[in-house]
Design a protein around this ligand. Structure first.
Ligand code: ZN
Length: 287
């Protein structure tokens, strides 16, 4: 009996979702980032509120379980969840879009998604090239897209203009968002990196469901290196060292999120990781 229980416990650990270890559901203090940008995410995944006089933009819905947490964060900052007018995502993976259907239902927000991620979002993850047939947390409530975005499109609300840069590879419609903010009279370039990461199991050579994946990553690194960046943000806080920067923010002084050097180092590091994995697979290594 004991052995059976121990085995069951071991198996349940093995089958625990990968994200369980990554703190997606661990609350993190909502905070002002810069200009009209606020962090309303958790320790492991990043959602942002961009406020305007005409209502607010929410970048990433997180998981379904993150939606009440986002609502709570928005309220703590003194804004209204019901003022969400536009919902955007970094890319169509469950940790950024599984809660989208709920946010749309709650707020009536418009949902605007990059062309090549629309099918994934509207199928609730089922058409994702890598995770679509893996079930589990990869499948979530489908959400209808109100506006299909294309590379270079802009999203405007109440004087704020975000630009959608298609940075594919991680997903086919992975999107890096940029905007300019007024930081006490100084105009700063802000980037929200979509994801430059090659996930475990990603097939870079001979991928039947995504033949152009390696070329897409190449394009993505060229785009990311071309962007003017003062303020470095991304789809997960760990891209930009969020917890440590939050501590610095609390201590006062210069805004720690202004970090062009950190951005440059991060992109160089991610490009090197991509090239290493591509070379390994080209030499016959298994994904
Ligand atoms: Zn992802």
């Amino acid at each position: 009996m004991f052995r059976k229980l121990a085995l069951a416990a071991a198996l349940s650990l093995l089958s625990a979702p990968a994200w369980a270890a990554t703190e997606y559901l661990v609350p993190f203090p909502a905070h002002h980032v810069i200009g009209n940008i606020y962090f309303v995410g958790t320790k492991g995944q990043a959602n942002y509120l961009i406020t305007t006089p005409k209502g607010n933009i929410l970048l990433n819905s997180g998981l379904e379980a993150n939606v009440p947490m986002i609502k709570d964060s928005i309220q703590k900052l003194g804004f209204k969840y019901s003022d969400t007018k536009v919902l955007l995502i970094s890319h169509a993976h469950f940790d950024h879009d599984a809660g989208a259907a709920q946010v749309v239902k709650d707020t009536g927000t418009k949902y605007e998604v990059m062309d090549s991620d629309v099918g994934v979002v509207e199928s609730g993850g089922k058409t994702d090239f890598n995770y679509g047939d893996q079930g589990g947390e990869n499948i979530y409530p489908a959400a209808k897209v109100d506006r299909v975005l294309h590379d270079g499109d802009t999203v405007s609300l109440g004087g704020t203009v975000l630009t959608a840069h298609k940075t594919p590879g991680h997903t086919k419609g992975c999107t890096t968002w940029t905007l300019k903010v007024n930081d006490g009279g100084k105009i700063r370039d802000v980037v929200f990196v979509g994801s430059p990461n090659v996930n475990p199991g990603y097939v870079l050579v001979g991928n039947k469901k995504y033949p152009g994946i390696a070329q897409d990553y190449e394009k993505t690194f060229a785009v990311l290196k071309s962007l003017p960046v003062d303020v470095f943000l991304g789809a997960h806080g760990d891209y930009y060292g969020m917890p440590a920067k939050f501590e610095k923010l609390k201590a006062g002084g210069a805004n720690p999120f202004i970090d062009p050097a950190g951005y440059k180092t991060y992109i160089e590091n991610r490009e090197a990781a991509f090239r290493k994995e591509l070379a390994r697979q080209q030499a016959g290594g298994k994904p």
